[in-house]
Design a protein around this ligand. Structure first.
Ligand code: ZN
Length: 377
């Protein structure tokens, strides 16, 4: 019965339906679990308003729960991990095992099938471990966080507006799912690093690669906005630029400051090679990198002016090795940021470890789930 309750709170009539046991058996089991501190029973005021009489709501209080975090890295596949969390060590979540899955079918439905099969395999592989309580999934696409839908992804060719990935997944696996945009998953991993401490952090995290995204964290929480789509850095408009963007508009920052635009503007295929050439003094490569850095800095500067982050995390992948890029970015940012507005204390350049997005996805699942039971001394 605890495994059933791991999916979230439920009511006694639902438990009777789900288990097939008589009402009296369910009643006894709930009372026993309540006495041992494994479940809590509360009034559901929503139901009371609707039906006119109170319905008791039964929730599991787990001492150990398993969470699965997954992140779609690119068109070919996704990474995942299993996070086992106990109240003995809330800040020291055990992360294992890790692995990756292939995506043969890149449609939203194909992703849902691949992810649900992996969650099923992980559940079957460890039948004695704590029940899986929730799943977090990070995708490189525009996510409506509240609705749990993927609105658009130029790279995946997901034109379908509002593909309901979260509800499709929840139906297939019978567990709560949290859907996150990849840049927010990176930010959640950063937030998780401070979990349990009193430190509430305000920072700005930029994810630059084939696309361009920003996640603004204010005092420990992600700024989502009215429809959950705050932070569209990549689609800010660049003066004088008319190139058509994957979003359908013209002159977006993504058309000058992403890997695909840098490759197109240099006429070369590898970002690693472009950076190496620039570091060796090749002026043609450096011109493109500096232009990308300056436009990116103006976009980021607008975010800095409006949100006042304490630090700036730049997840830039292979560009982490480019001196020209980083120098031009910093110079332009200093010029662009309002004089009385402080520059972020630190700019942290990172090479984009996709496992961080997987960890962030697991954290999204962990932080959404009801509290774990406090062990008595
Ligand atoms: Zn655009």
């Amino acid at each position: 019965m605890l495994a059933l309750l791991a999916g979230g709170p439920t009511t006694a009539p639902q438990l009777v339906k789900l288990t097939g046991y008589p009402r009296s058996t369910v009643h006894h089991a709930v009372n026993a679990l309540r006495a041992s501190g494994d479940v809590e029973v509360s009034n559901s005021s929503d139901d009371e308003e609707r039906s006119g009489h109170a319905t008791l709501r039964v929730s599991a209080i787990l001492t150990t729960a398993t969470f699965v975090g997954l992140s779609v890295v690119d068109k070919s596949g996704a990474k995942y991990l299993v996070a086992v969390r106990t109240t003995r060590s809330p800040n020291d979540t055990v992360l294992a095992p890790e692995g990756s899955i292939e995506l043969d079918d890149q449609s939203p439905e194909g992703l849902v099938i691949a992810v649900s099969e992996q969650v099923r395999r992980l559940t079957e592989a460890a039948p004695t471990a704590a029940p899986v309580a929730a799943v977090g999934l990070s995708v490189p696409a525009y996510v409506d966080h509240e609705a749990g839908t993927v609105a658009f992804s130029g790279r995946f060719g997901w034109e379908q507006q509002g593909a309901p990935i979260r509800s499709l997944l929840e139906e297939r696996i019978g567990l709560p799912v949290v859907l996150e945009m990849n840049v927010d998953a990176f930010a959640l991993k950063e937030i998780a690093a401070h979990a349990g401490s009193d430190l509430t952090d305000s920072f700005l995290l930029i994810l630059q690669g084939e696309g361009l995204g920003a996640s603004t964290v204010i005092e420990g929480g992600i700024l989502r906005g009215h429809s959950g789509r705050a932070g569209e850095l990549g689609h800010m408009k660049v003066a004088g630029l008319t190139d058509l963007c994957t979003c359908g508009a013209r002159g977006c920052l993504e058309e000058v400051a992403t890997y695909r635009s840098i490759r197109r503007l240099t006429g070369r295929r590898s970002i690693v090679r472009i950076v190496e050439d620039s570091n060796r003094g090749d002026e043609e490569s450096s011109i493109v990198l500096r232009a990308a850095a300056r436009e990116l800095a103006r976009g980021v500067g607008a975010f800095v002016n409006s949100t006042d982050p304490g630090r700036l995390i730049m997840e830039v992948g292979d560009l982490v090795a480019s001196f020209e890029f980083q120098r031009a970015f910093r110079q332009e940012l200093e010029d662009y940021v309002f004089p009385s507005q402080q520059l972020p204390n630190t700019i942290q350049w990172r090479g984009t470890d996709h496992n961080d997005a997987v960890r962030g996805a697991a954290w999204a699942a962990i932080s959404r789930f009801p509290r774990l039971k406090t062990l008595r001394a």
